[in-house]
Design a protein around this ligand. Structure first.
Ligand SMILES: Cc1ncc(COP(=O)(O)O)c(C=O)c1O
Length: 375
């Protein structure tokens, strides 16, 4: 193990020494029983107090934290697939991607550490940084000189946190340069790839794979609620980091588990033929992007998230209203999700859109652009 990760083992050793070490045991809940390692036991650990709906089956919801009776068998298969997907030893599913960020960032960063966070990082990263006792500093969006300068600051440990594909801009983090800077400065890299995961890179392995730097990412966080169209979040990292998460991550320990049937559903989606869908999405994104560009919009996003930056908040709302009145729902995005004065219409391309729907939409965007003086 590299020396810089020794602190993780040291913390695990202290937990074990104090007899506070926890491991996950998989189970299946059915009525008053819970089956653990093949043995059916009476379940006195559920929070399903009223026991209301006994006829409902995909499967009974465990109604408990994962460290108590909520660790449905389906997590085992899902997590081993997700770990393999990210070429990491382990993965851990959280109820949401938001909680995965809270969980991952809070367990790793401590008082004398320094977090370096991209200016445009998602609210869940910002909130996780607020919860952390580490010092925080924001570097300008994708500005490598700024990041490099900030990395020169002294700290016990340094953690760079970035999204892979930025949720409101659609651009990629410069992961080739970021990983290099992290290595040069002995900093950890946490990559939230909620929008690149399952979409870009070989077999949809995500943004880091797209840049061929996956082996230099220390911790991934992601959502199962975006490209997989399921629900939940996860982190993927070394076995030691996941072990630390199981033992110390409050958003993992002190909340009810994701229902097992949702973990099953996510796994089904994960195992489906995503390759075909990924190619189709690339094609549709190209069609939408080129269409907008040929009308005259200045579009820079290389991904399926295509923002049309309008700037003024009021104009953006009116632009959105015009689209809605003409049959299109594309959400106007304003402060605090993005900076003041950089309001935008955020288009996300999906495979649900047929070529005809895309052409019709482009026609409406053309009229809207002219009406609002953007084109
Ligand atoms: C970059 C990013 N990270 C995390 C999340 C949170 O994911 P979830 O919706 O699964 O909580 C989102 C969702 O909006 C996101 O865009």
């Amino acid at each position: 193990m590299k020396p810089r990760t020794r602190f993780i083992n040291e913390r695990l050793r202290q937990i074990k020494k104090a007899n506070l070490y926890r491991t996950l045991v998989y189970n299946k809940v059915s009525g008053p029983y819970i089956t653990i390692q093949g043995k059916r036991l009476v379940n006195l650990s559920s929070n399903d107090y009223l026991g209301l709906d006994t006829t409902y089956k995909p499967s009974q919801i465990q109604s408990s934290s994962r460290l108590i009776a909520g660790n449905d068998m389906s997590f085992k298969k899902l997590e081993s697939n997700l770990a393999h997907h990210k070429s990491k030893n382990s993965a851990l599913v959280f109820p949401t991607g938001y909680m995965a960020n809270l969980g991952a960032i809070s367990i790793l960063t401590q008082k004398n550490d320094l977090i370096l966070s991209d200016e445009f990082n998602h609210a869940s990263i910002i909130d996780a940084c607020r919860l952390s006792h580490a010092k925080k500093t924001i570097y300008k969006h994708n500005d490598m000189l700024h990041l490099e300068k900030k990395l020169r600051k002294k700290a016990q440990r340094k953690f760079v946190i970035t999204e892979g594909i930025f949720s409101m801009n659609g651009d990629f983090a410069k992961l080739d340069e970021i990983t290099k800077l992290c290595q040069e400065n002995n900093a950890f890299l946490l990559l939230d790839d909620a929008h690149g995961d399952f979409v870009v890179g070989k077999d949809g392995k995500g943004s880091a794979d797209h840049f061929r730097v996956a082996k230099n990412v220390d911790i991934y966080t992601s959502s199962l609620s975006k490209a997989l169209g399921a629900f939940g979040g996860y982190i993927a990292a070394s076995k030691e980091i996941i072990d630390l998460a199981v033992n110390t991550s409050r958003p993992f320990i002190y909340t009810s588990a994701l229902p097992g049937f949702l973990a099953d559903f996510a796994l089904k989606r994960f195992l489906s033929n995503r390759e075909k869908n990924r190619h189709e999405l690339e094609k549709k994104t190209r069609q939408f992007r080129k269409g907008l560009q040929s009308i005259g919009y200045k579009i820079e996003s290389p991904s399926q998230i295509i923002p049309i930056i309008i700037g003024d908040e009021k104009n953006t709302l009116e632009f959105g209203k015009y689209l809605r009145n003409n049959g299109i729902f594309a959400q106007p995005i304003r402060y605090p999700t993005v900076n003041l004065g950089s309001a935008r219409i955020r288009i996300s391309v999906t495979n649900w859109l047929s070529e005809d729907i895309i052409s019709e939409s482009l026609g409406i965007f053309e009229k809207a652009g002219k009406k609002f003086g953007i084109l």
